[in-house]
Design a protein around this ligand. Structure first.
Ligand SMILES: Nc1nc2c(ncn2[C@@H]2O[C@H](COP(=O)(O)OP(=O)(O)OP(=O)(O)O)[C@@H](O)[C@H]2O)c(=O)[nH]1
Ligand SMILES: [Mg+2]
Length: 585
């Protein structure tokens, strides 16, 4: 099969093109450095099947960061049949060196001037034929985001696959070709972007606005998502009582328990949070797609550097709010090994969406609707504070030697298509995690809370009861009761298992589960538990990613042990202080 590879600067639209042509769901966002590994999909070009390969964006073929190595290694070992060079048409002059290097690879090259829509809006005119002739390479205009120009691109790829290796072009030649074929008006700037940035990047208003936007986002997720989640759990409860209970009534008691109280309660409780998570990703996706996340990196840079990290690390922490795993992989764009390790050590503190589910359940049980968003916001602040603290403590061990350069892209509208894609990815992700971890986790807990035979379910005679009894000296000082201890122990599989586990342990789901939680603890214990659940050991997937990214067991061990100790200390300090204040106030 012919191999067509996409090469170009970061944020030039390569992944958008892959998605557009092949229906894949590569991550797209208005943030340079999003793709950090090789992605590919099949595609028909003319009358043959080809493979289209999306690589990380690069500025230079001689770079040495992890994501740049991915590109050079690929080119050196795979020998593609065609390089599609993706240019950002609105800043063509910045890509001369890279194009010159790419032309020297000994492979046919075709040029795509992407973002034609933006270039047009800026008043830039591109004489495609002249450019193609001067460079001696097939060239076309494209808008990968909106889809204009895909037919010409098909033709271009057909021609490209037939043509011989590109002639080596010197940077001067490329520059000359661009000069005669691209006309840029004297005033080609993103006016709207500049205007918005006057406010959003304001020296002292910028940060408060950013925090305000994030708070609004959480408010939005909570106030729209909570009713959706309630509706879901109402639905699951009814399916159980109306359909499943009558259906399974003939089965032996133990099997009924396993299917309904174990599997169904556990998985449906986790599943009822899926709409909320989708919503969260959609909102965060909008923030990312518009380009505001890159601004956040810029705004936070000065503050972060006091803690040993920089603006990029901050964006990775924010991405970790979705899921820690892609955020850890995203650190590949960081060149300095010290900074990369420091960032990887901090990312597991990011309050990921799995933990969000646990907190939503507890907050809904323990706090009023007015208090809820603030409680949640406070947990996000603790999350960032823990990451910063970690960085501060370890910054002399993992030193950053890299200067921070980040391009700030213009603001861009998110499209409906991209949003739907993001939502769908989350559902798929959930289904994957359910079949891999969540079912396993809740089944295990069901067994532990129902055996050995003869022990009353959930009682202290069960294996789970014995285990938590044994761990009680460690968790009593944190105000965390025995049921919660069990939930925490299994939460390391995947954090969602914590709520699945509670459903199994208390033998309830939906509103009944919330009532059970209220009966069993006060708000101080609940918050102490949330603090612990936020900070302690990262989940199995995160640990595996840290190990595979660093290839170091010592570092992996550190990234498990360190949060564990901090979690205990923070919960301990909170619980003891709050209890003392409560008694004496
Ligand atoms: N206006 C406009 N925006 C585009 C076009 N193509 C992509 N974008 C936007 O540009 C941003 C970057 O797109 P990606 O596809 O993630 O870029 P990439 O080249 O894969 O970036 P890296 O993975 O960082 O190298 C996203 O916000 C896209 O929506 C286009 O033709 N026109
Ligand atoms: Mg990409």
């Amino acid at each position: 099969m012919k191999k067509i590879v996409l090469i170009g600067m970061p944020n030039s639209g390569k992944s958008s093109l892959l998605n557009r042509l092949t229906g894949s769901s590569a991550k797209v966002g208005n943030w340079p450095g999003l793709t950090v590994s090789v992605l590919s999909a099949k595609l028909i070009v003319g009358d043959q099947m080809a493979q289209l390969i999306d690589l990380p964006g690069i500025y230079d073929l001689s770079g040495f960061s992890e994501d740049e190595k991915v590109v050079t290694t690929y080119l050196n070992t795979q020998k593609p049949d065609l390089i599609v060079f993706m240019m950002n048409a609105s800043q063509a002059d910045r890509q001369t060196t890279l194009l010159s290097q790419v032309s020297a690879c000994g492979v046919p090259v075709a040029i795509v001037m992407n973002m034609a829509d933006e270039a047009h809006a800026l008043g830039i005119t591109i004489k495609v034929d002249a450019l193609s002739q001067k460079l001696g390479l097939p060239t076309c205009l494209l808008s990968a985001k909106y889809g204009q120009g895909t037919e010409q691109l098909q033709k271009l790829m057909r021609e490209g696959l037939k043509s011989g290796p590109a002639r080596t072009l010197s940077p001067a030649e490329v520059e000359h070709a661009l000069k005669v074929s691209v006309e840029v008006p004297a005033q080609a700037s993103h006016l709207l972007t500049e205007r918005i940035d006057k406010v959003l990047l304001h020296p002292w208003l910028g940060l408060p606005i950013f925090l305000g936007v994030m708070l609004l986002l959480f408010e939005g997720v909570f106030s729209i998502g909570k009713p959706m989640q309630d509706a879901m759990s109402w639905f699951f409860t009814n399916v159980r009582t109306q359909a499943l209970e009558p259906l399974f009534s003939g089965l032996p008691q133990l099997l009924q328990g396993l299917l309904l109280d174990g599997l169904y309660n556990g998985v449906s409780t986790v599943a009822s949070f899926v709409p909320l998570i989708i919503l969260f990703f959609l909102f965060l996706g909008v923030v990312e797609d518009t380009g505001y996340l890159s601004r956040a990196a810029y705004l936070m840079d000065a503050l972060m550097s006091k803690f040993g990290m920089d603006g990029r690390s901050f964006v990775m922490l924010l991405m970790g709010f979705g899921c820690n795993v892609p955020a850890l992989m995203g650190t590949r764009v960081i060149r300095s090994k010290g900074l990369r390790y420091l960032t990887m050590l901090s990312i597991p503190f990011s309050l990921c969406s799995a933990r969000l589910q646990v907190f939503v359940l507890f907050i809904a049980a323990m706090f009023t609707t007015e208090q809820a968003p603030w409680v949640l916001f406070s947990l996000y602040l603790v999350s960032i504070a823990m990451a910063m603290l970690t960085s501060l403590i370890f910054k002399n061990k993992y030193v950053n030697i890299d200067a921070f350069v980040l391009e700030i892209p213009p603001y861009r509208w998110p499209t409906f298509r991209q949003m739907v894609l993001k939502g769908w990815q989350e559902v798929r992700n959930f289904l994957l995690r359910t079949t891999r971890f969540i079912m396993l986790g809740v089944l295990l807990i069901w067994v532990l809370t129902n055996f050995p035979q003869g022990a009353a379910a959930g009682s202290s005679d069960t294996w789970a009861g014995q285990l938590s009894h044994w761990m009680a000296p460690l968790f009593n000082p944190l105000g965390i009761n025995e049921q919660l201890t069990i939930a925490l122990v299994f939460g390391f599989v995947a954090k969602e298992v914590v709520i699945g586990a509670l459903a199994v342990i208390y033998g309830h789901e939906g509103q009944a589960l919330i009532d059970a939680i209220v009966q069993n603890m006060d708000w101080i214990s609940a918050y102490s538990f949330m603090l612990f659940a936020l900070i302690y050991t990262p989940c199995v997937s995160t640990i595996a990613t840290i190990r595979s990214e660093t290839k170091s067991w010592a570092f992996t061990a550190l990234s498990v042990a360190w949060p564990m100790c901090v979690a205990w200390l923070v919960s301990f300090m909170f619980y003891q202080t709050a209890t003392w204040v409560h008694l004496h106030a």
